[in-house]
Design a protein around this ligand. Structure first.
Ligand SMILES: Nc1ncnc2c1ncn2[C@@H]1O[C@H](COP(=O)(O)OP(=O)(O)OP(=O)(O)O)[C@@H](O)[C@H]1O
Length: 884
């Protein structure tokens, strides 16, 4: 057997022994046998070296021995089995460091052993100071060691470590010694391999045992707090607790945010702590994505990552916290990647970390599932609450309150806009928005709100085409459509997502809703949007009902107004034979359903007579409906009479009930029938014949039971002849004609009528005008009254208003020749009137005192006798100045 020194010299330095002697062989055999026995009994790894050392020492002298092992990467070797009791350097200050050091597998010293593949004896002085020589050589030399025998330990032809044997007596390691060591090296190797395996098995068992314990705890975890606590306990059990953070992948699939953490005791500031645990950190930053992609835990050197150019803020925060290395473990449950577990540790058993990681993954998915259930429940309750609130919504204001409450306060979502489609089915009109959202761009926003938008605007078209919603990433949209003014506005809010949805009710598009948020809860938002759709449909229906109600109220008040003006039979003044005849006709026709045509000059009382007929008819409990055919433009008269459906023509925004329908079971009074356009005459005739009608644009026929009374101041017979009035209609209307004579032909009625009107307007205005002077009565009866009773009525109303005393003494009739009214110089009356008024007023102020100091004569600047004669002359009575 040939053994070499580090210089490659023949082992001439080792004292020669006859290796073939029987004695030697016997010695070797015994050592091997004893050692084999020992090795089988070894329970503890330190026992091996102690037993080995003592057995060999029985035969040869050496100081002490150790075993070193090569690391799995085969870059270094480190102490594995020590015999500190025999070591001469155990009191050396470097001892503790040396036994825990890795020594590079480079340099002449160790490479010499590896190359030789068998024991190599070194003289310390030759080797210890060579470049690359391990420091333990010099330390041993200083401890008195002079030679070292290095024997490679092999397993399956690969060197797994070294047996170091040290001596302080040069020459004590003989050739025989070396030969024996070489012979027993395989035994030592296999013992070491067994120890390693045993160690591994034992460690695995220990790990499994603890993992099992931890897994029971982790499996029971249901909340985040429990998760944090159990992860902490698990790490403590493995002595790995130096602070941890679990980051969860956010819904955007682009960022991660801390889910649970325990940073341990660190010198981190409150602000940094909040930043680290609440920020969204990008997944694809070159580090987190590496961890997620890696199937094994990844050890990260923070400084090195920053030097590599990874700019994520959390690295800087870790650095600030004084951390040097972190281990990142991807957390996965089946195919689902949940996030990353970051551990603030230097190094650790990878398979252990992996096992911990997968247990935490299971626990985390349990917590997530539990949270999801709670979230869903909460969302359900929340939606139910919102839907109850929305069900009560009747106005836009109610809806605004409900929507803003739910979006801003509960979900942290901003309402960018609700647009509603107009009746033209194209225009999108802003309905509701949160202007505060666009504070940075208020001018642009106002301009967009003011400009009319349509369903053809590209983003609006996309939303309306969507089945239920559209989720847009604002940044991507801005890249794709940098010129779109809407997208530009969204970008200015700084929010990440635009959640847009069509608002629909019963499959009809009502409009679009646009929500901006960083926190996307699509399902919930979807639910809210459909509630908003329902609410808007309700509001619109309610608005229609209100409009309809308003219309009815308007009509109702008009009708009431008409009723007020309805005078019954008794209020019709006229006692002459002409009017008597009219009364007879009214009595005759009232009870029947016959159509009546009332003719007469304007103002003769035709409407009054129509109302009298209605009031005396069996239909009197319902309102008489009046249509003035002259007051309506030709194109509207049909819709006024027969009504129309929504959209029947431009401007028909609502359905409208016609007067015919309103007059069902009552009387329809068509005033000024002579003015009705021919086209409408045809339709009127049809309704009169068939007693049913169709609304304009409508498809169904509506049966009506209406009594018709018409009136005209024209000569309808002449109109028929001139072709302006349909003869067939004329005959149908002229069933029962009543003609009203003009007032000039019944002069006996003038004075009773004048008194009636004075009385009526005195009461209405609160004046005390009661009488008409004979002179005025005379003037009234001799006037021709071209405007008939209405003219008389207006004139008397005016007289009441102008009169300053209980008797009407003056009337301003139009000039009989010119028709123009003779205006007095002043509205105050004649000079005599003014004088009378002035005297009465002065006496009143003097409290009836005429003469003497403070009397009216003094103030009027005349002697009391003159005043007396004037009072007499002007017919001033005591009543006039003492009455009030
Ligand atoms: N005989 C009467 N007794 C009392 N009031 C009358 C009489 N005739 C007419 N009036 C009053 O005179 C006014 C005008 O009457 P009314 O409107 O009925 O006339 P008309 O013939 O229908 O007018 P037009 O042809 O202009 O529609 C009304 O205020 C009405 O009350």
């Amino acid at each position: 057997m040939k053994t070499t020194t580090q210089n490659g010299n023949d082992v001439s330095a080792a004292p020669k022994t006859d290796l073939k002697t029987k004695e030697f062989l016997e010695k070797q055999r015994k050592i091997l046998l004893d050692l084999s026995d020992d090795i089988t009994q070894i329970r503890d790894k330190t026992d091996l070296i102690i037993l080995f050392s003592s057995r060999i020492k029985n035969l040869f002298y050496f100081k002490h021995t150790i075993v070193t092992l090569i690391d799995p990467e085969r870059t270094s070797y480190r102490p594995f089995l020590l015999d500190p009791v025999s070591s001469p350097i155990q009191t050396h200050p470097s001892y503790a460091r040396l036994v825990d050091s890795d020594f590079p597998l480079r340099g002449a010293f160790i490479e010499g052993v590896l190359d030789a593949g068998k024991p190599v004896l070194y003289w310390m002085e030759d080797i210890m100071d060579l470049p690359g020589s391990p420091s333990f050589l010099r330390v041993n030399y200083e401890g008195g060691i002079r030679e070292i025998l290095m024997t490679p330990l092999k397993s399956k032809n690969e060197t797994i470590g070294f047996l170091h044997m040290y001596t302080d007596r040069p020459g004590s390691i003989t050739e025989e010694f070396i030969s024996i060591i070489e012979g027993i090296a395989p035994q030592i190797s296999s013992a070491v391999t067994n120890i390693i395996k045993n160690d591994e098995i034992r460690e695995k068992e220990w790990i499994n045992e603890i993992l099992l314990e931890c897994s029971i705890g982790l499996a029971a975890v249901r909340t985040r707090e429990e998760l944090a606590g159990t992860v902490r306990t698990t790490l403590i059990r493995f002595n790995l607790m130096r602070g941890f953070g679990i980051r969860r992948i956010n819904a955007d699939q682009e960022t991660m945010t801390t889910y649970v953490h325990d940073l341990g005791v660190t010198n981190v500031s409150e602000a940094e702590m909040i930043e680290l645990t609440q920020s969204q950190f990008p997944i694809y930053d070159g580090l987190q994505d590496r961890v997620l992609d890696s199937s094994i835990p990844l050890q990260v050197n923070i400084d090195a990552e920053i030097r590599r150019g990874i700019t994520s803020r959390y690295l800087v925060l870790w650095q600030d916290m004084g951390l040097k290395t972190m281990v990142g473990i991807a957390l996965r449950n089946g195919d689902v990647t949940l996030g990353v577990l970051w551990l603030g540790i230097e190094q650790a058993n990878l398979s252990l970390l992996q096992a911990i990681g997968s247990q935490i993954s299971v626990a985390m998915s349990n917590v997530l599932a539990a949270e999801e259930i709670i979230d869903r429940e909460r969302e359900k309750t929340f939606l139910l609450g919102f839907s109850n609130e929305v069900a009560r919504v009747r106005t836009k204001e109610d809806l605004k309150n409900a929507v803003f409450k739910v979006l801003n306060r509960v979900l942290n979502v901003k309402l960018a806009m609700i647009n509603l489609i107009e009746d033209d089915n194209v225009t999108l009109k802003p309905f509701m928005y949160d202007r505060t959202l666009f504070e940075n761009a208020s001018e642009e926003f106002d301009a967009l709100v003011a400009a009319s938008n349509t369903i053809h605007e590209p983003t609006a078209t996309r939303v309306l085409a969507a089945e239920d919603r559209l989720i847009l990433k604002v940044a991507e949209e801005l890249q794709a459509c940098p010129d779109n003014p809407f997208v530009q506005l969204w970008a200015k809010t700084g929010l990440k997502y635009m959640f847009a949805a069509p608002l629909r009710s019963a499959q009809a598009d009502l409009g679009t809703i646009w929500l901006l948020t960083d926190n996307l809860k699509s399902e919930l938002l979807q639910g809210i949007c459909s509630q908003i759709s329902t609410a808007i449909a309700n509001i619109q229906a309610n608005e229609k009902i209100l409009a309809y109600k308003r219309m009815l109220e308007m009509e109702n008040s008009q009708l009431k107004e008409q009723i007020k003006r309805t005078y019954n039979f008794n209020e019709i003044v006229g006692s002459g034979p002409e009017m008597q005849q009219v009364y007879d006709l009214i009595s005759l026709v009232s009870e029947s359903n016959s159509t009546v045509l009332i003719t007469g000059e304007t103002g003769t009382g035709k409407e009054l007579i129509a109302r009298a007929i209605h009031s005396a008819s069996p239909r009197k409990d319902k309102l008489m409906i009046k249509v003035n055919c002259a007051a309506l433009p030709a194109n509207l008269i049909e819709s006024e009479l027969f009504g129309h459906e929504k959209g029947a023509f431009t401007g028909a925004v609502e359905r409208r009930i016609g007067k015919f329908e309103l007059a069902d079971n009552s009387t329809l009074f068509l005033d000024e029938i002579g003015e009705m356009p021919l086209e409408a005459q045809v339709k009127l005739l049809r309704v009169l014949q068939e007693k049913e009608l169709e609304r304009i644009g409508g498809k169904t026929t509506i049966k009506v039971n209406v009594r018709i009374i018409t009136a005209t101041n024209r000569n309808l017979g002449e109109e028929v002849k001139a072709g302006r009035f349909r003869s067939d209609l004329y005959y149908r209307l002229n069933v029962f004609p009543i003609h009203l004579p003009p007032l000039r032909d019944r002069r006996d009625d003038i004075i009773p009528l004048a008194h009636l009107f004075v009385d009526r307007y005195s009461k209405a205005t609160g004046r005390k005008v009661r009488k008409i002077s004979p002179k005025v009565l005379q003037e009234l009866t001799s006037y021709p009254w071209p405007g008939n009773v209405r003219e008389l009525e207006h004139l008397m109303e005016r007289c009441v208003l102008l009169s300053t005393e209980p008797m009407i003494r003056e009337v301003y009739l139009p000039n009989k020749n010119t028709g123009a009214e003779v205006q007095p110089v002043a509205m105050l009356g004649t000079l005599e009137d003014v004088e009378r008024m002035h005297i009465i007023e002065t006496i009143k102020r003097c409290r009836g005192k005429l003469a003497g100091r403070g009397g009216a004569a003094e103030y009027l600047g005349m002697p009391a006798t003159t005043l007396h004669s004037k009072i007499k002359k002007l017919g001033i009575t005591k009543r006039q100045y003492l009455a009030e």
